[in-house]
Write a protein that binds this ligand. Sequence first.
Ligand code: SAM
Length: 201
Amino acid sequence: MISVLEMKGITDPKVLAAMAKVERHLFVEAPFVNRAYEDSALPIGHEQTISQPYTVAFMTQALAPKPADRILEVGTGSGYQAVILATMGCGVFTIERHLGLLTSARKMFDGLKLRIASKGGDGTIGWSEFAPFDGIIVTAGAPEVPESLKKQLAVGGRLVIPVGDRDVQKLVIMKRTEDSYLVEEVFGFKFVPLVGKNGWS
Ligand code: SAM
């Protein structure tokens, strides 16, 4: 899996090291364990998926987290992305709207002895009690960038979020400066929809 990520252009050694360390087969359902190290998204129940390893690596590289950064993740899913960030030394806060997925992810965090703050609910409104965040990563596709998340980003922080229609999205990488937001866009991603107050209905 790591050589495929390198071949596809992932260069950040901290991202590659975390992805080499975290065992993806622990996060997929039994019928898919033998496909855990393929570069594909796989079902995790509730019509949701664990993202393709390349997508996880690309988004994490775009987020460029430093150890001890406080990162908000919207869309806990299996917990894999949160564990990658925690393995890189970040303080992770993650929100999931499907309580069944959240319960399994919490078991995973406990089993791996990782302190990851998590809650059930609508992540499109962010987690204001713990804002501002050095980074925000949204792992489901939004119709537009929620203002609520932009506001919860620290100056110098980055927000990485897929934006588009329900079928195909571009990845928006937004950096907050003192007085504005700098935006970079990368095309050609496909995520499950971000459902909530500031997402899809
Ligand atoms: N990061 C996950 C992982 O590592 O397995 C992959 C997540 S999956 C591609 C997207 C997740 O976003 C789904 O579990 C979905 O239920 C969740 N989601 C969608 N809308 C949400 C919302 N408004 N708030 C929180 N979670 C949401």
